[in-house]
Design a protein around this ligand. Structure first.
Ligand SMILES: Cc1cc2nc3c(=O)[nH]c(=O)nc-3n(C[C@H](O)[C@H](O)[C@H](O)COP(=O)(O)O)c2cc1C
Length: 375
């Protein structure tokens, strides 16, 4: 493990929290899910702690029995654009559903965010819940359509991001030459669900392409992740489960001739941390008191800072994750993790103490992809 890259850390901003009760805590703004000041505060907290990236999980429609956060929340690319102007180094990511929107829109939005943030953009392109398709004139489609759509979407996204070669724009005022037209490529993609001619109207990213992630659990998800993306969100009930999924993805990458070291396996946890185990238990119990009928599961990463740091290090060293996404159930969840756990991880050499570069690919230590002509 000596040449293993350091652990990567992501902070997910969940507004009032991914639960029914967090909004009632006296320290949580009850409108946090659509409160710009709250989002900026969390983003700056994570950046000061040298987190590699911010993240937003997303559900873009209201359904029965939704948690409060789902009922009034920001659209991801919009809030990430605002955050980009108040941060300098940290990566920016939102989740989009390939079942709901159009790949040309997403390619343009994410590459715009990448330019605005000078190379810090990424997107998590998931299939999502078929229940939302009725809001996108796609009520006639079903779950069976979602992964075939996802495949076409990914191919178009990557293709549009390679519209221009890196040196396509000359912009020479004396000679009056703006573009080398030979370095602009039209996509001409014809699929069952999406047909996109291109070209896209944005120059290539300083990262080559914005970082692309996906999330899921099925064999098809693993197939898409290993073909198209730079990283994937996985879920496991235990470290062993998670390790198995992670190793499954790494094996598929190797089969396809890709280096597993250049791919980021991500798991999310909602740590509740205290100076002592007792303090962590007290924080958890305080949340339960708000509405015991909608109780919050006991977090997997739970207890004193030393205990949680040891758990994080073990999951990382076992290969269950390359990046940990920290979510918060408790209103101080992110701050507690940063104040109490991060210094221990830094002291042990598991997590970095400074940013090494300026782009998200630089933070993740994944190479800039070479231009690929697809059209
Ligand atoms: C770790 C993980 C994270 C996910 N995050 C999201 C999300 O933020 N938004 C969303 O709409 N769906 C999310 N999903 C659901 C997936 O988009 C997908 O619809 C679901 O996992 C079904 O695909 P599968 O059969 O490959 O698991 C997530 C799934 C997993 C496993």
């Amino acid at each position: 493990m000596s040449e293993r890259k350091k652990l990567k850390l992501a902070a997910n901003i969940d507004g009032t929290g991914w639960n029914f009760v967090g909004w009632q805590h006296p320290d949580m703004p009850s409108d946090a899910s659509e409160n710009i000041d709250f989002y900026i505060q969390q983003a700056q907290l994570a950046e000061a702690a040298k987190f590699d990236t911010l993240f937003l999980v997303d559900v873009s429609h209201v359904g029965a029995g939704n948690i409060p956060h789902y009922l009034s929340m920001f659209e991801g690319m919009t809030i990430m654009s605002a955050i980009s102007m108040k941060t300098k180094k940290i990566g920016l990511s939102a989740t989009i559903a390939t079942s709901y929107t159009d790949p040309y829109n997403v390619a343009r939005q994410v590459l715009s965010l990448d330019k605005i943030s000078k190379g810090r953009a990424s997107v998590n392109a998931v299939t999502s819940n078929p229940g939302g398709m009725v809001n996108f004139s796609r009520g006639h489609l079903t779950r069976a359509d979602q992964y075939p759509m996802n495949k076409e979407f990914m191919e178009i996204l990557i293709g549009l991001w390679d519209t221009y070669e890196d040196d396509a724009f000359i912009r020479n005022k004396e000679r009056g030459v703006y573009l080398n037209p030979n370095k602009m490529h039209t996509l001409n993609y014809r699929g069952k669900y999406f047909s996109v001619a291109g070209p896209l109207n944005l120059s290539r990213s300083v990262q080559g392409r914005p970082v692309l992630y996906t999330a899921g659990s099925s064999a098809t998800f693993i197939d898409h992740a290993s073909s198209y993306t730079d990283g994937a969100f996985i879920h496991g009930e235990t470290m062993e489960d998670t390790m198995q999924v992670a190793n499954g993805i790494r094996a598929r990458l190797a089969e396809k001739g890709r280096r597993p070291e250049d791919f980021v396996v991500i798991t999310s946890q909602n740590p509740i941390v205290g100076n002592t185990d007792e303090e962590a238990v007290a924080k958890y119990k305080q949340l339960l008191e708000f509405k015991p009928t909608n109780s919050i599961p006991v977090p997997l990463f739970f207890g004193s800072a030393e205990r949680v740091a040891a758990q994080v290090a073990l999951w990382y060293e076992s290969g269950a994750m390359d990046m940990l996404m920290v979510r918060q159930d408790h209103p101080h969840g992110l701050r507690d993790f940063i104040d109490l756990v991060v210094p221990i991880l830094q002291e042990r050499g598991v997590f970095k103490t400074e940013y090494g570069g300026d782009t998200l690919r630089g933070h993740l230590e994944i190479p800039k992809p070479a231009f690929r002509k697809v059209g």
